[in-house]
Design a protein around this ligand. Sequence first.
Ligand code: MLT
Length: 205
Amino acid sequence: MRPQPDFIHEFIPGSSSRTLLLLHGTGGNERNLIPLGGELDPSAALLSPRGKVLENGMPRFFRRVAEGVFDLEDLENRTNELADFVAAAAQHYGFASDKVIAVGYSNGANIAASLLLLRPETLSAAILFRAMVPLIPETQPNLSSVRVWIGSGAHDPIVPASEPKRLAELLRNAGGDVAIHYFEAGHELTSQDLEAAGDWLTLLR
Ligand code: MLT
């Protein structure tokens, strides 16, 4: 029997072999990023889970102690749970497990970065909007075949400008090919983010 993926999620089949793993921010859900995914790559399949942690009723992908201060044990467990979900979903829906590209925003970008650091086999590439360093792994992953695009807001009140730089360095030290962009923006996404990320994704084809 094919395993049942165990997150509430949306799956929309695509016409290419790529799947975008859409990971929403705090307070989002499985439907929020579907239009963005379709805009970034109209031919990709879309897999969009809802984070299982609730913070004052708002879904997230892992617990935090305060803004930007993470419950690291929960983060590690949730990262493994999400990686297992993606693998089960690939079998269940029949998409290629080696062509999964994460597209994460804020809390979703942070768990995507955690997937890269703890379960690197899950993703072939990642687009991280407003990400920070989620954790420092005990052993360095091998990211030599992974490509990452990071989009940051130069005036982000939640993510200090130094964080995406530290994240880029961490991923590069593990062999990742990392592009980092700063936009004249805060924590919210802008049309410049989407345009630049879409262009980058097109070149990955
Ligand atoms: C997080 O908790 O992942 C970050 O603080 C971003 C957020 O969700 O606001």
